[in-house]
Design a protein around this ligand. Structure first.
Ligand SMILES: *[C@@H]1O[C@H](CO)[C@@H](O)[C@H](O)[C@H]1NC(C)=O
Length: 436
């Protein structure tokens, strides 16, 4: 080989190496971003890809998402005119029909759902939290139209571990009735055949961020038979809630709590020190038994009838007593039960609401997905599937994938969330009852 030939060979070898290196580097990177066709007729062809891109906060997906959101339809609401075919309902809506691990089977949870509207949102939440080993009490507002109650009753009748609270209250925002509704469920839950370990309460516009397995693990390992009742000693600016007499006002059109000019005459019973905190909790079975039986709990309940939003002092006050089971007198705000985007927390704890605000609380939109799936709390609030159906579908697919990936039993094909291409029909055809 002469020097010229050697030179050519060397050059070839070096360029081959360079090419190979470039290949390796580009292979290691993420594949080039998929070109999202802004062709809304195709929205239904790749809901999983679109959802993944949205969950990752990819901007390329946002525009398509916004278009698809308008065309997307949520599963049809339960038709109250006809008897529900339960086996069909369970199959079509991908309900999980078997405990997914021994760990979960031996640690059942009790859920209290206080609901009054948004049937589709409620069913979306319900199929996300439903597990056959748990027990569910649904309190349907007494003021709600009969059709809503019938639909929820039809849904509940498909499961032997789901029931409607037999004693229904007319629930007023900020009123005593909200607290009473939880207690009505508890009275019945303690009689259940299910030996549940913790009770959790939800409203109809919540959604879980943790799988059942993650919840069970967290309660067993992190909380170890302690209640999660975030809260602190009642601050001064809240004291008017419990020093003035309040009354619930209920009419068919609207209901609210009125603050009267009268001061409450009695101090809290048993010299109880009032706390202020979350109306949402995770309570141990023993603590719930205690609340239903203990004299201080009963007297505090009676005393709280004319206070404002007693659910924000009742649970946390009792859960700070040194002798209550599951109580922790030194606890403060720890335990993140809910992720909420409050309007006044914009750019403080969150990046702004991409949906819309209702009563200073964000109703999540598509653009909130990335933020939501990064939260560490147990649940998030507030959702309206009716207004943000694609966002809802992405949330439930994200949670279900996580749920099934943690399963220890063989996964049944019916447990994967089905996609419904017809929901995206660009012609505007009403094909929302066809499941693919
Ligand atoms: C309920 O639906 C299932 C599955 O679609 C079907 O096989 C069954 O015949 C239906 N039952 C009734 C009573 O309609």
């Amino acid at each position: 080989m002469n020097p010229a030939q050697l030179m050519v060979l060397l050059c070839a070898a070096v360029s081959a190496m360079v090419c190979f290196c470039i290949y390796l580097v580009s292979k290691g990177r993420e594949p080039a971003a998929r070109h999202w066709h802004l062709d809304s007729a195709r929205c239904g062809d790749y809901p999983d890809e679109l959802c993944s891109a949205l969950l990752d906060g990819k901007e390329v997906a946002a525009a398509l998402g916004a278009q698809c959101e308008q065309l997307h339809r949520e599963l049809p609401a339960i038709d109250t005119g006809l008897p529900v075919n339960c086996s069909r309902l369970l199959a079509e809506r991908s309900y999980i029909t078997q405990p997914l691990s021994q760990e979960e089977a031996s640690f059942p949870l009790a859920y209290i759902l206080v609901v009054h509207k948004n049937l589709q949102t409620l069913e979306w939440l319900f199929r996300a939290i439903y597990m056959p080993q748990n027990v569910y009490c649904i309190h349907v507002d007494k003021k709600t139209p009969a059709g809503f109650r019938r639909a929820v009753a039809q849904l509940a009748a498909c499961f032997d571990n789901v029931f409607l609270a037999s004693q229904a209250e007319s629930v007023v925002y900020g009123g005593f009735s909200r607290l009473q509704a939880d207690l009505n469920c508890m009275e019945e839950l303690v009689l259940s055949r299910v030996h549940w370990k913790y009770a959790l309460n939800l409203c109809g516009q919540d959604f879980p961020l943790k799988t059942n397995r993650e919840l069970v693990r967290l309660l067993k390992q992190r909380w170890k038979n302690k209640n999660i009742t975030p809260g602190i000693l009642q601050p001064d600016h809240i004291k008017h809630r419990t020093t003035y007499v309040h009354r619930e006002y209920i009419s068919p059109a609207e209901s609210y709590v009125i603050k009267t000019q009268f001061r409450k005459t009695a101090a809290p019973p048993h010299r109880l020190k009032l706390y202020f905190g979350s109306a949402y909790y995770a309570l141990t079975r023993e603590f719930v038994d205690f609340v239903l039986r203990d004299k201080r709990a009963q007297d505090l309940l009676r005393w709280s009838r004319d206070t404002y939003s007693p659910d924000e002092h009742y649970w946390v006050t009792l859960s700070r007593l040194s002798d209550a089971p599951g109580a922790d007198p030194s606890a403060e705000w720890q335990g993140s039960i809910r992720s909420i985007k409050w309007l006044d927390q914009t750019q403080v704890t969150h990046n702004g609401c991409k949906g819309h605000y209702v009563r200073n609380i964000c109703v999540y939109g598509l653009g909130d997905l990335e933020w939501l799936v990064q939260r560490d709390s147990l649940f998030a609030n507030k959702f309206e599937v009716e207004n943000h159906p694609l966002m809802a579908q992405c949330m439930e697919r994200w949670l279900r994938r996580k749920t099934l990936s943690q399963s220890e039993v063989p996964i049944q094909p019916g447990w994967h969330m089905k996609s419904n291409k017809c929901f995206f029909d660009i012609e505007g055809n009403d094909c929302s009852t066809t499941l693919t």
